[in-house]
Design a protein around this ligand. Structure first.
Ligand SMILES: [Mg+2]
Length: 309
């Protein structure tokens, strides 16, 4: 499959997963039977509306394409979403997590971006994982894999500075990188964990955080909740056991709880794996405000074609 289909598939796969999941957010797992595009429910948004996950993912993508890796610029564009509705369908901001709210208010008040994200025990949430995908889309094939993992961990700090969040962002980015390169679902996770350990080989707290990530399923069941480790494993389990893109999103949403975020995280991986053509055409056609997304995808493809293959 051409890289361009995987790149476009990852962007749209993330956004479509978010949009399909929005109406189901906060429902318990048992309350979700059939997953349908454009259902009305939580947040009362029109069909095809992506939320904070999609908007902050696009903000990071725009930043990387415009200025390269610059956390201050990443922070500014996230602030533009939060306070001005940038990157959001209809300019409407209707969903935001606690750590992200705290961090973006701090950035707007002048706090340096890398010091803005909370790092307390209660701030181990999925809010940086849900937006980190563009690090892989922008850097795959251009950056060394270990450097990519370190950049993802640094980008997490803009909203989520807890070491759990930084480790999860690094491993997820390596998963996406591997899938863009056409690696199998069986191969990408062990490889991502190995490369992440290589990337942080002198950093004992990060190595411990990667250990906690790897061993989380031994003592937990994925439940689609807002913790970074649960979100990672719910998304990975939904994707790794699915038949196709649609099945991935259905499985992610059926966990209940933080459905849009689980589906966005899983959808980014599924889109990279099955490509743009794997996303149901009626779901893609039903997305709101595609004119926000198309120029960013075009710039991403131009960026990669110029610098890579
Ligand atoms: Mg959301």
């Amino acid at each position: 499959m051409p890289l361009s289909r995987r790149l476009a598939g990852a962007v749209w796969g993330h956004l479509v997963g978010d949009a399909v999941g929005v109406p189901y957010e906060f429902l318990p797992a048992g309350a979700i039977r059939d997953v349908e595009f454009g259902a009305r429910g939580s947040h009362h948004q029109p069909p095809g509306t992506w939320s904070d996950d999609g908007a902050l993912m696009l903000a990071l993508l725009d930043s990387l394409l415009e200025v390269g890796f610059d956390p201050e610029d990443q922070g500014r564009r996230a602030v533009a979403w939060r306070f001005d509705g940038a990157y959001a369908p209809g300019g409407n901001v209707f969903d935001i997590g606690t750590a992200t709210r705290t961090a973006l208010s701090a950035i707007r008040a002048g706090t340096p971006a890398l010091e803005a994200g909370p790092d307390g025990e209660r701030s181990q949430s999925n809010g940086s994982l849900m937006r980190i995908l563009p690090i892989a889309l922008w850097g795959e094939g251009r950056q060394d894999s270990r450097e990519l993992a370190r950049l993802a961990a640094t980008a997490s700090r803009v909203t989520h500075n807890h070491i759990t969040c930084r480790a999860v962002c690094a491993v997820y980015t390596l998963l996406a990188e591997g899938l863009l390169q056409g690696q199998s679902r069986e191969a990408v996770l062990p490889r991502a964990l190995k490369v992440a350990r290589d990337a942080f080989e002198a950093d004992e707290p990060m190595l411990a955080a990667i250990d906690r990530l790897e061993h989380w399923p031994a003592t937990h069941e994925p439940a689609g909740r807002g913790g970074a480790l649960d979100a990672f494993w719910s998304a990975w389990t939904a994707f790794s056991g699915a038949r196709d893109y649609r099945h991935t999103i259905e499985r992610a949403i059926r966990y209940g709880n933080d459905t849009d975020t689980t589906a966005a995280i899983a959808g980014g991986l599924a889109g990279a794996h099955w490509g743009l053509d794997g996303i149901p055409g009626d779901w893609l056609a039903g997305m709101r405000d595609p004119e926000i997304v198309r120029p960013l995808v075009e710039r991403l493809l131009a960026h990669r074609a110029v610098d890579a293959r």
